[in-house]
Design a protein around this ligand. Structure first.
Ligand code: MD6
Ligand code: FE
Length: 206
């Protein structure tokens, strides 16, 4: 028997899987990725420094600099390929996708986001992936954050959902092109991560 609750629909194509992921299970693999490809604050094309610190694992990783953002097979910091996606992380993403009704999910990229108090992510669309029929699986760990979703055209009233430790979002179908972001992280404390929120987003990028 599983203690996991049924998926909760947030928007058409967007599912919340409350408490689907376990921090204790994933943290050693996250730490090992970070040991190989350190977290860094990337630059945007417009010259801003992102408040979220990022790294990647998988065949390609999401990177941004003054030339814009893209997926790259090479970590620009080291000149080496990104770390291999740990099996535990990949399995979690596949299980979550399947639970939300997306079978045969084979993510080739995982972006790791680290939020400290005050960090935020502005409204954006994820549109650099080749196949929009494939969902993004997003895993939240540690401190709770407020996630907001708009529409494909960005306007309209936003829908907000608090993402707690272990919550997973599967973002597919119609929702795949919706603008979304994360409100400024409030100072609070989690027994394992301290003041920090982690977010993993799995993508089929290529
Ligand atoms: C975050 N998440 O939760 C940022 N993108 O920190 C995202 O930008 C995101 O959660 C696409 C699909 C699901 C997401
Ligand atoms: Fe996103």
């Amino acid at each position: 028997m599983s203690l996991f609750n049924d998926p909760v629909p947030i928007k058409p194509g967007m599912w919340l899987l409350p408490g689907f992921a376990s921090l204790q299970q994933l943290k050693p693999d996250i730490d090992s990725v970070i040991a190989q490809a350190p977290l860094r604050h990337m630059q945007t094309q417009r010259g801003f420094t992102m408040s979220v610190a990022m790294t990647n694992c998988g065949q390609v990783g999401w990177t941004s600099d003054r030339r814009g953002y893209r997926y790259s097979p090479i970590d620009p910091l080291s000149g080496e390929p990104w770390p291999v996606m740990p099996a535990s992380l990949k399995k979690l993403a596949k299980d979550a996708a399947e639970t939300a009704g997306f079978g045969l999910y084979e993510p080739d990229a995982c972006l790791i986001n680290q939020y400290k108090p005050g960090a935020q992510m502005g409204a954006h669309q994820d549109r650099n992936e080749r196949d929009f029929s494939q969902p993004i699986v997003s895993v939240s760990l540690g401190v709770t954050a407020r996630f907001f979703v708009l529409s494909e055209q960005k306007q309209g009233t936003s829908k907000s959902v608090d993402l707690n430790d272990g919550d997973v979002i599967v973002f597919g179908g119609q929702a795949r092109r919706y603008y979304h972001g994360v409100r400024k992280l409030k100072a609070s404390s989690h027994p394992i991560t301290g003041d920090t929120r982690w977010n993993l987003t799995f993508r089929v990028a290529q």
